[in-house]
Write a protein that binds this ligand. Structure first.
Ligand SMILES: Cc1cc2nc3c(=O)[nH]c(=O)nc-3n(C[C@H](O)[C@H](O)[C@H](O)COP(=O)(O)OP(=O)(O)OC[C@H]3O[C@@H](n4cnc5c(N)ncnc54)[C@H](O)[C@@H]3O)c2cc1C
Ligand code: SF4
Length: 369
């Protein structure tokens, strides 16, 4: 289907669904995108696929993702992996990173006859699905299902093993026929303002929220998915929670539905606010405004000098553009049998795009080994 990064075969699945052939529809979806049970819940479908789907009798686009979720959720509960070809027969393949890209690759490589070992620094599989997206948005049972399906099939899972510390790219490249690095983009960006060491990074907070004492008032800086999950988690811990963002709501990279859900949860927003200093007990912000250049070019947001104001808070959470680990990116260069996928390759994107990128990496792997 147009719009969907993994080209989900919607008309074919709808046909099976209408005939009551849910198992067959589930198999088709899983084969195309092993993470379908998850993407149908967390995709920004308005951005990707809504409106490209089969029209219903009233000529309104169907909510395909709801049907996808019903079919895929059921299928995952009973799914068993089987060998389907010998394309990677006899090949030993190491995958580092058991997030969406690593899981999708492990499923396809196993089906294609590969002997797969999946490494991860964390003790359990799932990546951001287990250690980032909060349980109120995505049930951890899906990560458990993938772990079960893969380990029951015989994929070796080695949790608690960190690339760059316990193993190196060089060692893996020498010991395996192919190596896929899908270790995500977890390196936080700093605010680069005085006092920013006082801020708490949103990703470690989301990994283990109960380990943090937030206090009465929390400010979250950022406007992406991570910021929305951080503010919705903070408000659930009973803190008065604010999101401060430099630009307008329209500029926020987060899924607009998530912004609405955050508001419904009681999170308050203040736009056109740029942090300039983090102090004991709060943050100094400066107002911003949109300016239309005289030559008619793109509207730019600029800081208004002389508008500094101090806003009290007990905890400042920052969620501003995470990056792939630059040292490991460098270490991965120059090996014929090392491939990259997911956020590690593309920078922070989405679950469905991580799956699409895993598929591309396997296509490249096929031609090289
Ligand atoms: C809080 C949050 C909310 C999000 N919400 C959404 C959403 O609603 N919808 C959506 O589509 N996308 C969302 N995203 C983005 C999406 O989760 C990612 O794009 C996706 O998980 C990328 O998959 P990945 O497999 O590339 O990486 P990851 O999911 O990051 O998995 C990488 C894995 O590699 C492991 N790893 C990292 N470094 C090492 C190392 N050195 N050695 C060994 N293992 C290592 C990690 O432990 C992790 O398990 C969100 C992201 C975050 C952080
Ligand atoms: S995987 Fe995501 S983008 Fe693709 S059809 Fe499903 S909900 Fe839409």
């Amino acid at each position: 289907m147009q719009g969907c990064p993994v080209h989900t075969p919607v008309p074919e699945c709808m046909q099976l669904y209408r005939q009551g052939l849910l198992e067959e529809a589930g198999k088709m979806l899983f084969q195309n995108n092993p993470l379908t049970a998850v993407t149908s819940q967390v995709c920004d479908w308005k951005q990707f696929c809504y409106g490209h789907c089969v029209l219903n009798v009233k000529m309104i686009p169907i909510r395909w993702y709801e049907i996808e979720q019903e079919i895929s959720g059921q299928y995952l509960e009973t799914c068993r992996l089987e060998r389907q070809s010998e394309e990677f027969g006899g090949k030993r393949i190491a995958i580092v990173g058991a997030g969406p890209a690593g899981i999708a690759a492990a499923v396809w490589l196993y089906q294609a006859g590969g002997e797969v070992t999946l490494f991860d620094a964390n003790p359990r599989m799932g990546g951001v699905l287990r250690y980032g997206i909060p349980a109120f948005r995505l049930d951890k049972k899906y990560c458990d299902s993938y772990e079960k399906i893969l380990t029951e099939a015989g994929v070796e899972f080695r949790g608690g093993v960190e690339l760059g510390k316990d193993i190196t790219v060089k060692e893996l490249s020498a010991s395996y026929d192919a190596v896929l690095l899908a270790i995500g983009a977890e390196e936080p960006s700093s605010l680069h303002i005085p006092g920013d060491e006082r801020a708490v990074q949103a990703l470690p907070f989301l990994k283990n929220p109960s380990a943090y004492k937030l206090g009465k008032k929390v400010i979250v800086i950022g406007g992406g998915n991570v910021a929305m999950d951080a503010c919705r988690t903070a408000v659930r811990q009973g803190a008065e929670t604010w999101v401060y963002y430099r630009k307008t709501f329209e500029n926020m990279p987060a899924n607009p539905m998530e912004v609405e859900e955050a508001k419904a949860d009681g999170v308050q927003f203040k736009v056109f606010q740029a942090p300039v200093e983090v102090k004991e007990g709060g943050v100094v912000f400066r107002d911003c405004e949109n300016v239309e250049p005289e030559d008619g070019g793109r509207v730019v947001t600029r800081i208004i000098e002389g508008t500094d104001h101090f806003v009290e808070c007990d905890t400042l959470l920052t969620a501003i553009s995470e990056k792939p680990d630059s040292e490991l990116l460098e270490a991965a260069q120059g090996y014929e049998n090392v491939f990259l996928a997911g956020d590690f390759l593309t920078g922070p994107k989405t679950v469905v795009e991580a799956v699409a990128s895993a598929r591309e990496a396997l296509e490249a792997m096929k031609t090289k080994i």
